[in-house]
Structure formats: structure tokens, C-alpha cells
Write a protein that binds this ligand. Structure first.
Ligand SMILES: [Zn+2]
Length: 499
């Protein structure tokens, strides 16, 4: 039976949906099966109006549309165009051979105009994988679809335009491939930030080893700016990663900007964000901030301001690198391999332990404030760095390195890790499990004694002990050293959690 291929987005993947139409004689009736109730009603009305207003006949008789497979839940709007075209073909107004090996998607306006869709990239990837030769997408989504090579992309604005193309009256020109470039627009450059060399170094280490980082300091020291600048020193995305990240953004309805496609995403949800906004949710689950920061950075500014109940939802994704959203009839998994960068004040007033200003917080208030950050979240953070107020001498320092300079070191350090960990299937020092720690972060006798002494004096907790070894391994990688040396370990100790 004649059918047109479209797609349904499930989590972050597109699944083929075939659109079949049957027209039988009888009383006029238009039935769509395989869609949720409310959207069926709306799409029937849109399709009917669009067909008539584009100068075609809506067939008389009993029109039945089937969207298969039936068990898959589908969101209505993107099937408007394939349904309309299938009706035109079945009613003999168009030659169905013109749509062989094609995939179609698009929501219709009442006058036959074709509206922008979410998830076009995922659908295009699916179309190519399943061996289709071409895909027709809304004009505004054509540049996004054209990130996929090896399949014909056609951007269309109206039903009439598509019909003219199919009849050979006025062929649509194929969309040229979209070239992602690497302009650093809107990104904070390291060179723009004066002083704060120690915090910058912490960011470099975090970027190199994939470590989660907490920056702490009084208000007005530029913690937020510093944290955001990490985006510019992270390695650029590979082509495959770029397609994955862009496809997720498309499903979430974020527009395409070719200038930033190769940059790792940096998402900074507000502290009033709900659990669903952070980890994803909805009746047809949509990705949340942690999935939008997949392969990039989740930046939580003023961490203690976030509700601890909401932060609790980060625990499982931080462990597993994905978030599982269970619904009555389905379970959706979204990828969530992000690097957490957070900032906080040392206390509610912001001046605890400040050399120049006195802390005005009441007794016990400082403890309560710090305890707002849950243990499981703190357990995952490897690096702790302080961002003090600038000193006069900082203003005199020469202009610091550019982000591009630092990024090259980070890239080299990452490559060392990838080579080393190929056999155990991880990529960064941050991902080292307790089991592999001794094999890859071994210390000589002298360094082991040094660390034991810190532990004995109460300067390190048990989990702090593990973290320091990982951080020292990353510092050694930045220095191009095979073994962790004393200087690496001493530097790592500067970034321990203050007990
Ligand atoms: Zn205070």
C-alpha cells in the first residue's frame, strides 16, 4: 500500500512513522488513527483548510489516515504535511511516484504554509540511516537538516511549492551543506579577565580532566564571569558530537546558530528552576537543562540558592550520565554527560574569612548555608577553588593568556587521557573509578607518605583523598608528565575542599 514516511521523536531519537491513506465511497468523513485525541481534531481542520486554500480538492467520501506503528505516541503537528500530500496522491491529484524514497515533515497553516518544526535534525539523521534519498522540511529548518551529508535536503514554504516541484513545473533547489564554523562570539575570553590566576588555573584543570568545579568567593569578584569563561577553553566538539548536541537543541526548540555549533554548550538555569526544567519532563517528555548541557557545561550560579529538593534530582544523572524519565506507558532516556561548574558565596553575607571585611552572619548561619548543598552533590565535585577580591597588584599584572592558548593545552591533556584510557573505555581522569585509581594514579613512596600525613592531620577526608589523586593526574597530564610528581600533588592540594 502507498505510504509516506515521516517520523516521531522519542527521547532524542527519531523513529520512522508511515502515513497511509484510504479513500472509500460513503458519507463524507475524515478519520485519523494513531494520534492523541486533541491533536487529531486540530490537524484535521488544518489539513482540510490548507488543501482547499492551496487550490486543491479535499476528496469526497470516507478518508481514513493511519499513522503506523500505532503503539508509538505521536505529537500531532509535524504529520500535517505528509498527511496532506498522501491525500493529494491517493485522490489522484498528484503522482505518488514523485515522493518515492522521500521523508516529509511539517506543520501546516490554514493557507498551506509550512511551519518550523522541532527535531528536524534527528529526523534527517534517521532518514539518511534508513537509506532515503531526500527529505522535505520546512524552509526555516533546511539549514539545520543540511548538517547531515549524503541525503538531498529540500526546504519548502508552501504546499503549492512542493506540488510544483513534484510536477516538475518549478523544481526546488537543493539546500547546500551547512558548514559549522568556530567563531567565539558571545564567549568570555580569558584575556578579558584581570588577575584571578589561581581560579583560571582551576578552570584549566577542570576543563582538562572533565572535573566538576565549585568556585567560592565574596560577591563582586567576578565568579560568574570566570565560570562562564570555561566554555572558551574546552576542546571543540567533534563532528559526531556536534550532530548529537545540535539535534538535542533542535528537539528542545532552540534555534540554529552555525557560528557556535562546534562549541560545547553552556547552560545556566536560574536558581528558581523546577526539577522538570532541570532534568526534563512533561507528559511527552522533553529534555531539561542537564540534557541541553550534554557534552558541555551545566553552570549553577549561586548554588545554595537552588532548592535542595531540585538539586537532589541531579544525583542519578551525575552517576549515570543519563536521565531516565518514567511515564505510565513508556520510559524515556535522555543523555546527560555534563560537567558541573557552580559558584557560591562563602556565607550568606559573603564575607566569611575575608581579610578586609567582617562577616555579619549570625552564629550557626554559615553552617546552615553550607549544608544546603547536599552531600551527594558535593561528593561528585573534584575541584574547589576560591575567588578572592582583587588586590592592587592584580591590576598591574600583564594581560593574561587568551582562551585559544589555554584551549590548546587542554586539548593536548585530553588526548593524553584518551590514549591512556582507551582500554578501559573512559575518556577523562574525572571518570576514573575507585577500582582503576591505583593503576592510573599511582604515587611513589614519598608522595604517598605526604598524602597520608595530610589525612592523619585531618586536612583531607577519605573522598578528598581520592579526588586529590585524580586532580594531580590531570595536572601531570597538563605538564606532559608520565608519572605524578611532587609539584603536581602539591598544586592539587590547593584545590581540596576546605573542611
Ligand atoms: Zn557572612
Amino acid at each position: 500500500m502507498f505510504s509516506i514516511t515521516s517520523s516521531a521523536i522519542f527521547g532524542t531519537t527519531a523513529i520512522p512513522v508511515s502515513v497511509e491513506v484510504d479513500i472509500a465511497s460513503g458519507l463524507p468523513q475524515f478519520t485519523i488513527v494513531g494520534l492523541p485525541d486533541a491533536s487529531v481534531r486540530e490537524s484535521r481542520d488544518r489539513i482540510k483548510a490548507a488543501i482547499k486554500n492551496s487550490g486543491f480538492q479535499f476528496p469526497r467520501g470516507h478518508v481514513t489516515v493511519n499513522l503506523a506503528p500505532a503503539h508509538l505516541r505521536k505529537q500531532g503537528a509535524c504529520y500535517d504535511l505528509p498527511i496532506a500530500m498522501a491525500i493529494l496522491c491517493r485522490s489522484g491529484q498528484l503522482d505518488e511516484n514523485a515522493l518515492v524514497s522521500s521523508v516529509l515533515l511539517g506543520e501546516l497553516g490554514l493557507h498551506g504554509e509550512i511551519r518550523t518544526q522541532r527535531g528536524v535534525l534527528a529526523t534527517t539523521l534517521m532518514a539518511k540511516q534508513n537509506g532515503h534519498l531526500r527529505i522535505f522540511v520546512p524552509k526555516n529548518n533546511a539549514a539545520e537538516a543540511a548538517l547531515v551529508e549524503g541525503i538531498g535536503i529540500f526546504g519548502i514554504e508552501t504546499i503549492q511549492e512542493l506540488v510544483a516541484h513534484m510536477r516538475g513545473d518549478q523544481p526546488i533547489i537543493q539546500q547546500p551543506p551547512t558548514q559549522p564554523n568556530t567563531s567565539q562570539e558571545d564567549r568570555v575570553d580569558f584575556a578579558m579577565i584581570r588577575g584571578q590566576e589561581s581560579a583560571k588555573r582551576a578552570l584549566e584543570i577542570a576543563a582538562s580532566g572533565g572535573h566538576h568545579l565549585l568556585l567560592s568567593g565574596p560577591p563582586g569578584t567576578g565568579k560568574t564571569l570566570l565560570a562562564r569563561s570555561i566554555a572558551g577553553i574546552l576542546p571543540t566538539l567533534t563532528r559526531e558530537e556536534m550532530l548529537e548536541v545540535t539535534s538535542i537543541a533542535s528537539i528542545a526548540g532552540i534555534g540554529l546558530n552555525p557560528g557556535v555549533l562546534l562549541q560545547r554548550p553552556l547552560r545556566s538555569p536560574h536558581h528558581s528552576a523546577s526539577a522538570a526544567a532541570l532534568v526534563g519532563g512533561g507528559s511527552l517528555p522533553r529534555p531539561g537543562e542537564i540534557t541541553l548541557s550534554h557534552r558541555g557545561v551545566l553552570f549553577l550560579d549561586e548554588l545554595p540558592e537552588f532548592s535542595s529538593r531540585v538539586l537532589e534530582h541531579l544525583r542519578q544523572p551525575l552517576e549515570e550520565g543519563e536521565v531516565v524519565i518514567a511515564r505510565a506507558h513508556e520510559t524515556v532516556r535522555f543523555p546527560a554527560q555534563f560537567q558541573l561548574i557552580a559558584t557560591m558565596n562563602p556565607c550568606p553575607c559573603g564575607y566569611f574569612n575575608d581579610p578586609k571585611r567582617a562577616c555579619t552572619c549570625a552564629f550557626g548561619e554559615v553552617d546552615r548555608y553550607r549544608k544546603k548543598i547536599s552531600g551527594p552533590l558535593l561528593d561528585r565535585i573534584d575541584l574547589f577553588a576560591s575567588v578572592p577580591n582583587l588586590q592592587v597588584s592584580d591590576l598591574e599584572t600583564s594581560v593574561s593568556e587568551t582562551s585559544a592558548c589555554v584551549q590548546r593545552r587542554v586539548q593536548t591533556a585530553r588526548e593524553r587521557q584518551q590514549d591512556r584510557y582507551k582500554i578501559i573505555g573512559i575518556k577523562t581522569n574525572a571518570q576514573l573509578s575507585q577500582k582503576n585509581l591505583d593503576a592510573y594514579c599511582s604515587l611513589n613512596k614519598q608522595l604517598t607518605q605526604l598524602l597520608h600525613a595530610c589525612f592523619a592531620r585531618g586536612m583531607l577526608s577519605m573522598r578528598g583523598y581520592t579526588r586529590i589523586k585524580k586532580i594531580a593526574r590531570t595536572i601531570a597530564d597538563l605538564a606532559g608528565a608520565e608519572q605524578i610528581e611532587k609539584a603536581h600533588l602539591i598544586e592539587a592540594l590547593q584545590y581540596k575542599e576546605r573542611l
